[in-house]
Design a protein around this ligand. Structure first.
Ligand SMILES: Nc1ncnc2c1ncn2[C@@H]1O[C@H](COP(=O)(O)OP(=O)(O)OP(=O)(O)O)[C@@H](O)[C@H]1O
Ligand SMILES: [Mg+2]
Length: 228
């Protein structure tokens, strides 16, 4: 049986205006990532890691080329269809936890389920389960400002996976954390991936982070150096 890959990128280019000229942030990139893979996306600052994650999350569009996630081409989706695809299939974790400060921990984690119109009883059950799994239940009614950086980032992980996405895109999620908190966040993601078959792509500069990943994709000047 041939499994549909999680990610198929074919000859993708994405450029930005820069002064009088253009910068090729992604330069004719072709790559396939198997479903369930755990990938570290590495490379120097400005090499295109965040741009690639934004393209994979349908937050940005390529200038040319094709991107398919789990067999569905996403570059042709209009904004509304891309938003629906994102809500159902993708979880994002950013460098900064990006939690809503006026919502409690439980409410922050609930948001993705409200967006896909999950029934109230199921929301209660799933949010309770994930907060317990990630050892966050004691913070359920707390506001983000009263949590440590590592705790907030674990809430961000819970929010990113509560809707059971197929693909988790993480952009330097541990860059602002100390070693211990970073390990906890990475352990949490690794455990989730092992139990759910989640495909994970994580951009990072940190050797202690990318050494944990069995496969690394290295970018340089918008191209892949090796790994594909
Ligand atoms: N919105 C934008 N407008 C103009 N140029 C951009 C924009 N976003 C990215 N770029 C440029 O595209 C290139 C790739 O940027 P990108 O943010 O993808 O790099 P990165 O590998 O994530 O870097 P870092 O490790 O510093 O986060 C850089 O030269 C950057 O200046
Ligand atoms: Mg970046």
């Amino acid at each position: 049986m041939i499994l549909t890959p999680a990610v198929q990128i074919e000859q993708v280019c994405r450029s930005y205006k820069s002064g009088a000229g253009r910068i090729m942030a992604i330069d004719n990139l072709t790559c396939t990532i198997a479903a369930g893979a755990q990938i570290a996306l590495i490379g120097p600052s400005g090499s295109g890691k965040t741009t690639l994650l934004s393209l994979l999350g349908a937050l940005e569009r390529p200038d040319s080329g094709k991107i398919a996630l789990f067999g569905e081409e996403i570059n042709g989706l209009n904004e509304a269809a891309a938003a629906v695809f994102r809500r159902q299939n993708i979880g994002f974790i950013f460098q900064d936890d990006a939690l809503m400060p006026e919502l409690t921990v439980a409410e922050n984690v609930t948001l993705p389920l409200i967006l896909i119109k999950t029934a109230a009883r199921e929301i209660k059950q799933r949010v309770g389960e994930i907060l317990t799994d990630l050892n966050l239940q004691q913070f359920s009614r707390s506001f983000p400002q009263s949590l440590s950086g590592g705790e907030k980032q674990r809430v961000a992980v819970a929010r990113a996976v509560i809707h059971q996405p197929k693909l988790l895109l993480a952009d330097e999620p541990t860059a602002n954390l100390d070693r211990r908190a970073a390990d906890k966040v990475l352990d949490t993601i690794a455990k989730l991936a092992a139990t759910s078959g989640l495909t994970v792509i994580m951009a990072t500069h940190d050797p202690r982070v990318y050494q944990r990943f069995p496969r690394k994709l290295e970018m340089c000047d918008g191209k892949l150096m090796c790994g594909c």
